[in-house]
Design a protein around this ligand. Structure first.
Ligand SMILES: C[S@@+](CC[C@H](N)C(=O)[O-])C[C@H]1O[C@@H](n2cnc3c(N)ncnc32)[C@H](O)[C@@H]1O
Length: 176
């Protein structure tokens, strides 16, 4: 799910029978396909919004890395629900969900760096857990509580308590 730019392809390839990558960005998906070609890995791309994926498809494992970031909380719930529909019985979702408190910290850093006085356009909606890190487009983020709520609403069962993970510095350059 949201496979761009293909960072995980080589890691999961040897462990799965069929590797399918979904991303709504054609350009991003092209980068992932190029990488799979280069590594000689069989990879099936689907260029579409997750919400449009055929409900009849089933996956034993879905990996979503930093890709549940829509602009409304309703859509967060829809995305989790869709993922639950696409999982086979006993299927698993492994998700990295970008954390809202990181955005609070980022906002604070920006405020300090730019000497903002609070009269600037509001780029953060704390109730919606949304932040526009590009300055224009709000994206919805996650907290432990929101993850637990949405997972339950989608009919999924948490196998483990959500854990905070920090990316090592060297990984930053691979972000798109
Ligand atoms: C922040 S990037 C993360 C890229 C990569 N997974 C990673 O962890 O480095 C988000 C990706 O999710 C894709 N995406 C976001 N919402 C999506 C949706 N509803 N359906 C399909 N792809 C989506 C975007 O096109 C983009 O490639």
């Amino acid at each position: 799910m949201a496979v761009s730019p293909g960072n995980l392809i080589s890691h999961v390839n040897k462990r799965v029978g069929r590797l399918v990558g979904v991303d709504k960005s054609e350009v991003s998906l092209r980068v992932a396909c190029k990488l799979a070609d280069k590594l000689n890995i069989k990879f099936e791309p689907i260029c579409d919004d997750l919400l449009n994926i055929d409900d009849d498809l089933r996956f034993d494992l879905i990996i979503s890395s930093n890709s549940i970031l829509p602009n409304s909380r309703e859509e967060v719930a829809e995305m989790f629900k869709k993922l639950s529909v696409l999982l086979s019985s006993n299927g698993r979702l492994i998700a990295i969900l970008p954390s809202f408190d990181t955005m609070l910290y980022l906002q604070e850093l920006r405020r300090r760096e730019n000497n903002l006085d609070g009269s600037e356009p509001i780029l953060m909606d704390e109730e919606m857990l949304a932040y526009a890190d590009d300055g224009y487009h709000l994206q919805c983020y996650h907290t432990e509580k929101s993850i637990q709520e949405k997972i339950a609403l989608a009919g999924l069962m948490l196998k483990a308590t959500p854990e905070k993970a920090y990316y090592p510095q060297s990984q930053e350059e691979i972000w798109d």
